[in-house]
Write a protein that binds this ligand. Structure first.
Ligand code: 9MR
Length: 854
């Protein structure tokens, strides 16, 4: 090894600004204009440029999102070939009008790849400049190929440190008056700390001690929790302080979720395709022309052909909702979304205290107000009509199946209004999953629309039954996972869950034995984890939607069948409640290995839907409490101190990935409207912005509020649908009890845990008190050690340990604990390194109060 010469500090190489400049990752990071789509050929990006364009900028290949600093020097390098010798322009410029250029070079290229190099100094700061190879203006058609693109210069931006604000984390919207009220504080301290709740004037209202919870594995931070459930004084501007640190302000009061209920539903109107979005419904800022109705430059969804080789007919597939930040419309995702919108309404028909009025005619932002149909059903119908248009017509091959999706032939850039999308639209092959999504949602449509429009209901039922029959005849036609150009793939190689869901909805609607039999024959029948997976319901795992309908909508299920479906649901809810109780942030979501997935916030929300339904069915407060703590997590009590819902909370997400709500890229465009939930932390960090900033992130911190981060910060119909469902449930809770007073926290157990430590070991005495009104037998108490303590010797209980997770169970003489009764047990163990005592205990999945004075 050669030592560097003394005095000659090796210079750090200038940072690279181009993503995927060698095209080793396909076309990732690159875009092009409509007439000259790019593909990677032999490791280079090539584009067929048509004959007869006029201006250089009539054909472009480029990359956006480049950060330049005024006064810094930059070097652009690339190689390019052209089958016709010509001059192109290599520009580094603003990405929006007036397109001011920092570099605008005229480069001669031909069929030999000569390296080109330009150096320039940036005259201004740019947050998101673009590199644009302007390759139009040629009379002749030619092939342009590009390789080894590099733009270096400036200084390395400092490592990304998310601004997480105060370490004291709360629900930034607020807490229902009579509900549990918990928060989390990030601190190095291992001993309890004093917390104080202050009113808007800063006067102390309540105080207490935090409960150390050890290292939270989702954030890798040492945290404590605090509980101020006992405070029931209504007010705004409350804060919690721990030492010098103060939380964001929040409210204590009733009915905190009324506006969220309607905002989260307005999301669907905002994202309607094929209709003008009216200022008088959503405000001038959000009004826009109809998208994809065949008005140039749109090619329209009124007469859409298939992808080449897929079919030779064309369909009118106008209408429906855009899926997300992109303008695609996907049956496989559209179906679950409209099902949850309908379920939001259907709940009001079967649950005491669920308010149908708030979803009724004239209450929501839909243009069909005043038609005597509940507004929420009007919104659902917009999508149902579209879904039915995606069905393969009679007489065609695969008649009755549904096309998987319709979207642009190539990916478009941001920002882009739906009405400005110039791409050709294409139908993609029918699939079993899409067909069953249609069958399930159309079957639900049939029963809900019957009182309002019998013809429409009959049309839904016919579509549903035809789809079911077609899916049975074609049970394994799967989407191609590589069919992801211009739109998402949404491929799913397991459709037993879609069969279960569709059979459930068809059975509830018709009572027919064919569908009952399909349910009983399903491999998912009776399998809680398959129907209600611990990681949550999603577009890939839809059986739970069927399970929820079976458990809640009156049907011809036998009493025994109903009991067993409900038992599965409650068992799943027990798991979620346990996950919430074990989480220092109260989140009812604990995926295997803490692998927060793409759209993790919707997994949290879907678990909350199951919990809320368990609460509706059993009246047990602990299910409600876990829904509430899930909402605490989503609205700010989390490792990033982030409210993931636009317009709610002090530190809300504002720059979600969307082509119209793209204020971050174009100041004349709006941010997402209130009530739009971001996808949330995703350990996959699949997009370039997340990859740039979030390498090595802790699971629940793999999130960035940047419009370029589609993997962590997109918004979609299938994420807002459970948000709207949950918002309705929460609004119905009123003061937190939904009428009956469950009492703060609803805890029905208390634990006192006293340890004496010595060098290398400890001895612990536990007193468990049943504070509820029912006997608990057999009891099962769980907690987690904050460190590597090991239990070595026990008395009066059987104790098992799995890593840090500890479970204590009765010995023969103390199996039952009567109301007011106690169990005493204890154990010796080897000490961990400076470990704190555990602070959170669950009895049968239900959170216990920690007895004071430990
Ligand atoms: O929500 C989808 C997520 O589960 C997948 O992992 C991801 C990658 O295939 O795609 C997500 O769905 C996107 C879809 O493909 C296109 N529209 C936007 C969706 C949300 O990001």
């Amino acid at each position: 090894m050669t030592a560097p010469a003394l005095g000659a500090e090796p210079e750090a190489p200038a940072p690279e600004l181009i993503t995927n400049g060698d095209f080793s990752d396909g076309t990732t990071g690159w875009w092009w204009t409509e007439g000259n789509p790019g593909t990677v050929v032999d490791g280079r990006l090539c584009s067929e440029v048509p004959a007869g364009t006029t201006n250089p900028w009539d054909a472009i290949v480029g990359q956006n999102g480049l950060r330049l600093a005024a006064g810094e020097s930059y070097t652009l390098r690339y190689t390019a070939t052209s089958t016709v010798p010509l001059t192109i322009r290599a520009n580094v410029q603003m990405a929006t009008d007036p397109y001011t250029a920092e570099l605008s070079a005229a480069d001669r290229i031909d069929d030999t790849a000569e390296p080109v190099e330009h150096t320039f100094t940036a005259g201004a700061d740019h947050g998101a400049a673009q590199l644009a190879f302007q390759i139009g203006g040629s009379k002749e058609a030619y092939t342009f190929c590009l390789d080894d693109v590099s733009l270096t210069g400036g200084t390395e931006p400092p490592p990304y440190e998310p601004d997480t604000g105060s370490p004291v984390r709360v629900n930034q919207v607020g807490y229902l008056t009579k509900a549990p009220k918990n928060g989390t504080v990030v601190t190095d301290a291992t001993e309890p700390l004093a917390w104080e709740l202050k009113d808007a004037e800063g006067a102390g209202v309540a105080s207490g001690k935090t409960v150390p919870a050890g290292i939270d594995p989702t954030s890798r931070q040492n945290v404590h929790t605090f509980d101020f459930s006992k405070v029931r004084a209504v007010g705004e501007g409350y804060t919690v302080s721990v030492g010098e640190d103060t939380s964001e302000p929040f409210t204590i009061g009733d009915d905190l979720y009324g506006s969220l209920r309607s905002d989260a539903l307005a999301y669907f109107y905002h994202n309607r395709s094929g209709i003008r979005i009216e200022a008088d419904l959503v405000g001038a800022e959000y009004a826009r022309p109809a998208g994809h109705v065949g008005v140039a430059p749109n090619q329209g969804d009124l007469d859409v052909p298939c992808q080449e080789g897929v079919c030779d007919y064309r369909l009118d597939v106008s209408g429906g909702w855009y899926d997300a930040g992109d303008h695609g419309k996907y049956v496989v995702n559209g179906g679950i979304s409209v099902a949850q919108v309908m379920a939001n309404f259907e709940r009001t028909q079967h649950v005491d205290g669920a308010d149908g009025e708030a979803l009724g005619d004239g209450r929501l932002r839909v243009p069909e107000r005043g038609n005597d149909v509940p507004d929420i059903l009007d919104e659902a119908r917009w999508q149902l009509d579209f879904l039915m248009k995606m069905q393969v017509p009679e007489g065609e091959e695969l008649a009755g199946m549904a096309h998987h999706k319709i979207h642009d032939r190539a990916w478009t850039g941001l920002p882009l209004l739906p009405s400005e999308d110039p791409q050709p639209r294409e139908l993609h092959p029918p699939t079993t999953a899409a067909t069953l999504n249609l069958a399930a949602s159309a079957a639900q449509c049939a029963r809900l629309f019957k009182p309002y429009d019998a013809d429409f209901a009959a049309r839904c039922l016919k579509a549903a039954k035809t789809a079911w029959t077609a899916a049975e005849a074609n049970p394994d036609v799967l989407a191609d996972p590589l069919d992801g150009t211009g739109g998402g793939a949404y491929s799913d190689d397991e459709v037993a869950d879609e069969f279960y869901w569709a059979a459930a909805e068809l059975f509830v609607t018709t009572g027919e034995d064919t569908y009952r039999q399909a349910l009983l024959d399903s491999e998912l029948h009776g399998d809680t984890e398959a129907v209600f997976p611990r990681a949550g319901i999603s577009w890939q795992s839809t059986a739970g939607l069927g399970g929820l309908s079976l458990a809640t909508v009156p049907s011809k299920l036998t009493d025994g069948q109903l009991r067993s479906i409900r038992a599965m649901l409650v068992k799943a809810a027990d798991g979620f409640a346990e996950d919430a109780a074990n989480s220092a942030y109260g989140v009812p979501y604990a995926p295997e290995g803490n692998e927060y997935v793409w759209g993790s916030n919707s997994q949290v929300l879907n678990n909350m839907v199951v919990l809320a339904t368990a609460h509706d069915l059993t009246g047990e407060a602990r299910y409600r409490d876990a829904v509430l703590s899930g909402m605490e997590y989503l609205l700010g009590r989390n490792p990033l101190n982030q409210s993931y819902v636009t317009g709610y909370g002090e530190r809300d997400s504002k720059n979600q990935h969307h082509r119209f709500w793209a204020n971050q890229l174009d100041a004349s465009l709006p941010n997402p409207p209130p009530g739009s939930v971001a996808g949330g932390p995703n350990v996959g960090i699949e997009d370039p912005v997340a990859q740039k900033h979030l390498q090595g992130c802790a699971p629940a911190m793999c999130y960035i509020d940047d419009i370029g981060s589609w993997a962590t910060n997109e918004i979609t119909i299938n994420w807002n649908a459970p948000l709207a469902w949950v918002a309705s449930y929460l609004d119905d809770l009123g003061d937190g009890t939904g009428g009956e007073d469950g009492g703060p926290g609803g805890a029905e157990c208390r634990v006192s845990y006293t340890s004496h430590r010595w060098d290398g070991g400890f001895t612990t005495q536990v007193v468990l008190t049943n504070t509820g009104s029912a006997e608990v037998s057999p009891w099962e108490l769980k907690w987690a050690f904050s460190d590597d303590q090991r239990v070595t010797h026990t008395w009066n209980a059987r104790i098992t340990q799995d890593g840090r997770e500890v479970t204590a169970r009765p010995v023969s003489w103390n199996t039952a604990v009567p109301p007011g009764g106690t169990v005493n047990f204890g154990f010796n163990g080897t000490a961990g390194s400076g470990a704190a005592d555990p602070g959170a205990f669950t009895l049968g999945g239900r959170k216990c109060e920690a007895a004071p004075g430990r």
